[in-house]
Design a protein around this ligand. Structure first.
Ligand code: BES
Ligand code: ZN
Length: 447
């Protein structure tokens, strides 16, 4: 039995003795009638008494409203990094800013002659323009079959609906008909601007994905009225993103074990990212604040990642920078991503692991939930799709804590949309996950 399991067992028997409860190994952990508060241990109290979800809410307000969408490689993402760095400094940490290169990114602007900006998503195979872009009339090309084009498409910007065949073929047909730009709009409502994958196809003309609503508005108000639009696309090269790292080392312990507590702070385009993932960021910030002053016998690292949404690039960089010795001393990664939704159905705290198996981190969280009486059930689930993947691949036990609907594992409907707003955040749920992860982490690292 490792030290952690020993402590948990001792503690559980103490709870059983004092409460007269019979201990049965929990399968679905924990129940609402778990340990009443008077049995909470002194070390758990050190976390619970100090964790203030209202501080987390302030961070979410800053990140999602003051800054807004924090797309990888943009100034907004860097502003979020600066905000996190300044806070950690104010808590008394020495903070490391870890910059890394990211792949080239496409950026675009589409504006009507009336000055209305249309939301666009530029795929990586799009052509570019000069900074002024191209200005021209729209051509309604329906679904974009060859027969949907006429000689009138020549020199115009083709407006095409998604559906029936590939984005690359639609674009090729437009180019063959002489179009100088292509806009493809979604065929489903209430979605962010279309995110297209072109395979290996490289478009010679600028190309953008639009929402269905934008496509319809352009057809009615712009194409039919023969008004012009201006469309500019730029390839951003040599861009970088940043991780922010604060650590706390034990005094008088050589080569201590390491616990990594992490969250990503970037978001997808047009999403304010209140839940994905200002929520995780805000909880990890609050944990960093409260754990600063306590003596520890392990090393605690708080790492905030950029560039998660383009494929876990920040966390991969962070793990790749760990020495072999640091990896072997790493006992676990608590990764918080989407922990604050108030969507009622997301009543369970999922612990996503890559193999779907329990590990040091899930066990420590289950023990903490049992001790402190976490009221949401914990569900062990097999899923990647967040920064815990990078730790797992580096050989470190890792868990993504994320709220989902029990049984279905559904996420809230606001995920990756402009509706990922602070109004859909639950302060109580931030408090719950903060106490749970805080108690688990503190139990692992405390002196
Ligand atoms: N916040 C999500 C995490 C997530 C986990 C979403 C599990 C859904 C299920 C994360 O930011 C995200 O959107 N991940 C991407 C994949 C990633 C490798 C870019 C996704 O799931 O599409
Ligand atoms: Zn996320």
């Amino acid at each position: 039995m490792n030290k952690f399991k020993k402590k948990a067992a001792v503690l559980l028997s103490a709870v059983m003795l004092s409460s007269g409860l019979a201990y049965s190994p929990a399968v679905s952990l924990p129940s609402a009638d778990a340990a009443p508060s008077e049995y909470k241990s002194a070390f758990d109290q050190k976390v619970i008494k100090r964790f203030q979800a209202e501080r987390s809410i302030e961070h979410i307000a800053y990140l999602s409203e003051e800054i807004g969408p924090r797309v990888t490689g943009t100034e907004a993402e860097q502003e979020a990094a600066d905000y996190i760095k300044n806070l950690l400094n104010s808590y008394g940490y020495e903070v490391e800013e870890q910059e890394f290169a990211i792949p080239d990114r496409m950026s675009g602007i589409l504006e009507t002659v009336d000055g209305n900006e249309v939301q666009v998503n530029i795929p990586s195979g799009s052509g570019s323009t000069d900074t002024d872009g191209i200005t021209g009339l729209l051509f309604d090309a329906g679904l974009g079959y060859p027969e949907d084009f006429s000689e009138k498409a020549e020199g115009k910007i083709a407006l095409i609906s998604r559906g029936e065949f590939s984005f690359a073929e639609k674009t090729q047909n437009a180019v063959e008909a002489g179009a100088v730009g292509v806009l493809i709009y979604n065929n489903a409502a209430d979605q962010p601007p279309l995110n297209m994958s072109l395979g290996d196809y490289e478009s010679p003309v600028p190309l953008a994905g639009l929402t269905m609503e934008s496509g319809q508005a352009l057809l009615e108000d712009v194409a039919a009225e023969e008004k012009e639009v201006t469309f500019a696309v730029e390839r951003l090269e040599d861009a970088t993103s940043t991780n922010i790292i604060a650590s706390k080392s034990p005094k008088h312990v050589d080569n201590p074990e390491i616990v990594h507590v992490t969250a990503h702070f970037d978001s997808v385009p047009y999403a304010p990212g209140a839940n994905d993932n200002a929520s995780g960021t805000s909880v990890v910030l609050e944990l960093a604040r409260i754990l600063k002053s306590y003596p520890v016998d392990k090393e605690l690292r708080f790492a905030f990642f950029g560039a998660e949404e383009i494929g876990l690039v920040g966390s991969e960089h962070y793990v790749s920078e760990l020495s072999e010795d640091e990896v072997s001393r790493s006992i676990g990664n608590f990764n918080l991503d989407m922990v604050g939704t108030n969507w009622e159905e997301a009543s369970s705290i999922y612990m996503n692991t890559l193999d779907g198996q329990a590990n040091t981190v899930t066990e420590s969280a289950e023990a903490a939930a049992e001790r402190i009486g976490t009221s949401s059930p914990l569900t062990l689930y097999q899923r990647g799709a967040s920064d815990h993947v990078s730790f797992y691949e580096g050989g470190i036990d890792a868990v993504n804590f994320i709220r989902r609907e029990p049984e279905t594992a559904n996420l809230e409907p606001y995920y990756h949309t402009p509706d990922d707003l602070i109004q859909y955040i639950s302060e109580e749920r931030l408090q719950e996950i903060g106490e749970l992860v805080g108690a688990a982490v503190y139990e692992l690292i405390r002196k």
